[in-house]
Design a protein around this ligand. Structure first.
Ligand code: ADP
Length: 511
């Protein structure tokens, strides 16, 4: 430690303050504070995320243990925790290997306490991410951890970054408490100086200087990171790499012609209920290859639920779904259980298009399309890129490949979503009210893409309110009401129905 003036001087000693700003011990302590707070922030951020996921889990034990952790460590004063952990070797001598270092003891106490706060910040961010983002990943056969890594964490981090940055600053200041267990951090260096020379104000001003310096640098860096993660501030400046024309891409945009089994999909004795509300019961429907089926009916009749049970986004209570001739999903009450690995492997044979597009918000159109093929390693990055560009070209959006979803109209987003589903080479496509969220003038572009797929022989099951379109492109119309199938046949037989209920529907909807 540098020699400090021994005598107490009258007035404010500016010269001494100046010397403290280049004091080696203070700078060393500053480095310790930066190391301790950065490590604490990163570890607590990670552990807090796991806690937040546990807190949201459907598993009661996981949920409760996370909630208890958060309650306990938020209630406990950090000072108590610090002294407790530092003195733990008295009862548990083996722990002295780690805990004899005041840095490590301080780090453990800070991480334990801060994770509880970070978990709540993450939980808020996770709740702000629409459920559709996870569903899009699931429908593309990406398992839980992959969804977290590719879809959820980048978005949650962006939402949570301002409060997380705040927490970083809080941690920097909390490190001063670690001086009670003799860590040579900024405050302790100051205390050691002023207890010898009594220049309290000058020394504390220097202490304040070092804290303010650290906080200012961290704030600056985190703001830069925040701007980097903010997709609304990004330009699509990568357009130069699209040098393939329509002609060259066409050969890569073929749809899958793989067909196994007598039927594409078979539902047998399928029932679904939400608590006491039975949506449908004992349904038996088989979908043939290359058949275009439209499910229509009044709101609340169970059309969307039926569609979502086909690819497991909703679980059946009873019954079985066979995909391409072999069992795929079982009802919850069945003896047989769904094999998760088999599900993730085969789900990609079914492409899904959602009402709200569910494009991944922080990825460009091209990145959205490439995401699942890259995850499933369907080729080299270059091959996947060419095929993805070809799919974007197929839906007429090649020129928009590098745009983010917020830079596209609803109709364009929906067409990207179709390209994204097609990029996995599915043999069956499900459409859940694909045009319901669109302005009327944007509907046609999407319908034209669907019609084109029908012409190419794609097996499709569609829930839609676009009845005249449905009757034009469909081979088969299923009319549902209150979970019951009242009609299952050709569009013509529906239009010429003599059933009074169907006739009323035909009349009401000008079919
Ligand atoms: P449709 O697509 O024909 O409008 P849905 O399949 O959306 O009908 O809904 C069928 C029934 O299931 C409705 O009574 C609806 O309230 C109920 N339902 C749908 N989703 C849920 C859910 N997640 N939780 C509880 N009930 C639901």
């Amino acid at each position: 430690m540098e020699d400090a003036p021994q005598a107490v001087q009258k007035g404010f000693n500016w010269e001494y303050l100046g010397s403290l700003l280049i004091n080696k011990d203070f700078w060393k302590a500053t480095l310790t504070v930066i190391q301790l707070s950065t490590l604490t922030w990163l570890l607590a951020l990670t552990f807090g995320f796991v806690l937040a996921l546990m807190r949201q889990s459907k598993n009661f034990a996981l949920q409760q243990s996370a909630a208890t952790y958060i309650w306990f460590f938020r209630s406990l004063p950090l000072l108590v925790l610090l002294i407790f952990i530092y003195n733990l070797p008295q009862f548990w001598p083996a722990s002295s290997v780690l805990l004899s270092s005041s840095f490590i003891a301080g780090l453990i106490a800070l991480v334990l306490s801060e994770s509880a706060y970070m978990a709540e910040i993450h939980r808020g961010a996770l709740q702000a991410i629409p459920k559709g983002q996870t569903e899009a990943g699931k429908a593309l056969g990406i398992p839980f951890l992959g969804i977290q890594k590719l879809i959820i964490i980048p978005q949650a981090l962006r939402i949570a970054l301002p409060p997380l940055a705040n927490q970083y600053i809080t941690i920097v200041k909390l490190t001063s408490l670690v001086s009670v267990i003799s860590l040579t951090e900024i405050l302790l260096v100051g205390q050691q100086l002023y207890t010898r020379n009594f220049l309290v104000m000058e020394t504390l001003l220097a202490v304040a200087f070092y804290y303010i310096l650290i906080v200012s640098v961290i704030t600056y860096l985190l703001r830069k990171l925040e701007n980097k993660l903010d997709v609304t501030q990004r330009n699509n400046d990568k357009e130069d790499d699209i040098n393939l024309d329509h002609q060259a891409l066409t050969q890569y945009s073929q749809i899958s012609n793989e067909r196994q089994g007598n039927f594409a999909i078979e539902m047998k004795a399928a029932s679904k209920r939400y608590n006491d509300n039975t949506v449908f019961k004992d349904l038996n429907i088989a979908f043939k290859w290359s058949e275009v089926t439209t499910i229509i009916g009044p709101s609340g009749s169970g059309k969307t639920t039926l569609l979502r049970t086909i690819n497991g986004l909703e679980s059946l209570n009873t019954g079985i779904i066979r995909l391409e001739g072999t069992p795929f999903l079982y009802g919850l009450e069945s003896q047989q259980k769904v094999d998760v690995a088999d599900y993730n492997r085969r789900i990609v044979h079914i492409g899904m298009v959602f009402q709200n597009f569910n494009l991944i918000q922080h990825k460009t159109a091209l990145e959205n399309v490439m995401m699942a093929p890259l995850y499933h390693q369907l080729g080299t990055t270059e091959e996947i890129k060419i095929r993805s560009l070809a799919m974007l070209d197929k839906v007429g959006l090649l020129a928009h490949a590098h745009k983010y979803p917020h830079q596209l109209s609803g109709g364009q987003q929906q067409r990207v979503a179709i390209a994204r589903a097609l990029a996995m080479q599915p043999s069956i496509m499900l459409f859940d009210e694909p045009t319901s969220a669109l302005d009327p003038e944007l509907v046609n572009d999407v319908l034209m893409v669907i019609e084109e797929l029908a012409k190419e022989g794609m097996t499709m099951i569609m829930v839609t309110h676009e009845l005249s379109f449905a009757f034009k492109v469909s081979d088969r119309v299923i009319f549902m009401e209150n979970g019951k199938v009242l009609h299952d046949g050709s569009p013509e037989s529906f239009q010429n129905t003599t059933d009074p209920r169907l006739a009323r529907f035909v009349q009401q909807n000008n079919i």
